[in-house]
Design a protein around this ligand. Structure first.
Ligand code: GCO
Ligand code: MG
Length: 408
């Protein structure tokens, strides 16, 4: 069996999805997602210029060897661009493998460990009152877990994942359009003084059953993060996400020494080498690496297996920039993983998105039910794709009030 061709498409409804389609001499094709949010043209170019020429002629069934060929063959290893490109190839090869075997990918990983996988939605609001309405709406829809973010009184600008205007909450998406970054102004002290009480009010209003998650988005210093994690301990969060930037892994030790609040980290990691120490030292509770820029199913499975040895559960990144293809790859891992924790899930299902990526996966009552179709269980409509093209976008940058640049 041989790979005969591969094509890359960039674009989509309101998002630049990077979709890879690998063709074979047996008529079976595979799909992969290489969407690196706001840097989409780079993995696309990497695939086109460097990887696809070598891929043609290879036996698609040898997905492990092909992964090693590109990873080791790059010499300059890792990084989000390369790992997104390898990840897309890897997902497409698992898709082909499943289609050839006549089995959904989760069967090839070891079968189902559960029927449905719990997901969390993003509740948000310009203020706490709006956030409460947003949480209530998700509970009404059957969600068992919600991530909560809201505006902080006196904060100079709206900050991460928070709308500027009241009333703009459920299904709010950060607007990344335009190539020049928008500037947010941040004040950690204000945040630390306000947010623990706000989280306590949410717990009081919705009771002990709701799984409450909160994302600090890398904004705090280690000592501040330890103070914050300790202050929110009585609220019993499901997790506290990215309390500090993850480059300094010892920072997590300080947080651990001061609090038992569960910690989730890893959405910006690209490989096992960025989280093996955090996992082995049991400094985190949930690992958030995504199939998209974490090298696909082959590499993410290695991380999941290591995590399982250290009581670390999965909580894969699932921001709306991931296309339904990588969300499907993660749905298969979630169905299998003995140490599954939760899946981040944002409403992708606009009619335009469903038309571009017809999918067999089902979302019901805050749970994802994995597709039983052979392969990944998602298709890609090239006719639909023809109407879309790349639209430039950028993440905001963050400054402190005196102008100092901070972490987005
Ligand atoms: C999350 C993330 C995202 C990121 C986004 C950047 O927890 O979902 O923090 O919202 O900000 O993926 O592209
Ligand atoms: Mg996050």
């Amino acid at each position: 069996m041989k790979i005969t061709d591969a094509k890359v498409f960039v674009g989509g409804p309101a998002k630049n999805y990077v979709t890879l389609k690998i063709f074979t001499d047996q008529g079976v094709y595979g799909l992969g997602d290489a969407t690196l949010n706001n840097r989409e043209t780079l993995p696309a170019q990497y695939l086109q210029d460097y990887l696809i020429p070598s891929l043609i002629g290879m036996d698609p069934r040898n997905s492990e060897d092909i992964w090693q060929f590109f990873y080791r063959g790059a010499y300059f290893r890792r990084g989000p661009i390369a790992m997104a490109a390898f990840g897309a190839i890897d997902m497409a090869l698992w898709d082909i493998k499943g289609k050839m075997a006549g089995m959904p990918v989760y069967q090839l990983l070891g079968g189902k460990s559960r029927e449905g996988a719990m997901v969390y939605a993003h509740a948000t609001g310009a203020d706490l009152e709006d956030l409460m309405d947003s949480v209530a709406a998700y509970i009404e829809d059957g969600y068992k877990a919600v991530r909560v973010q809201c505006g902080i009184p006196g904060m100079p600008t709206a900050s991460y994942a928070v709308p500027e205007e009241k009333g703009d909450s459920k299904n709010y998406m950060t607007n990344f359009s335009g190539i020049r970054p928008k500037v947010e102004v941040w004040d950690s002290d204000r945040y630390i003084r306000y947010m623990p009480d706000a989280l306590a009010e949410i717990r009081d209003r919705f009771g002990p059953e709701l799984h409450i998650l909160h994302d600090v988005h890398h904004r705090l210093l280690p000592r501040e993060a330890a103070e914050f994690a300790k202050a929110v301990e009585p609220i019993r969060l499901f997790w506290l996400e990215d309390p500090t930037p993850a480059e300094d892994q010892d920072a997590l030790r300080l947080i651990r020494q001061h609090s038992t609040t569960p910690i989730a980290i890893g959405e910006v990691f690209n490989s096992i080498w960025e989280c093996n120490k955090l996992i082995e030292n049991e400094l985190i509770d949930y690992i958030r690496v995504a199939a998209t820029y974490g090298g696909g199913i082959t590499h993410l499975k290695r991380i999941v297996d290591l995590a399982a040895l250290h009581h670390v559960k999965t909580g894969f990144h699932g921001a709306p920039s991931h296309s339904p293809i990588s969300m499907a790859a993660q749905a298969h891992l979630n169905a299998w993983a003995p140490n599954f924790g939760i899946q981040e899930y944002l409403v992708l299902g606009t009619p335009e998105c469903n038309a571009l990526f017809p999918s067999e996966h089902r979302m019901e009552n805050g749970m994802v039910f994995v597709s039983e179709a052979p392969g990944l269980g998602v298709d890609f409509d090239e006719n639909e794709a023809a109407q879309y093209s790349y639209q430039p976008g950028s993440h905001p940058v963050v400054r402190l009030q005196d102008g100092t640049l901070w972490n987005y």
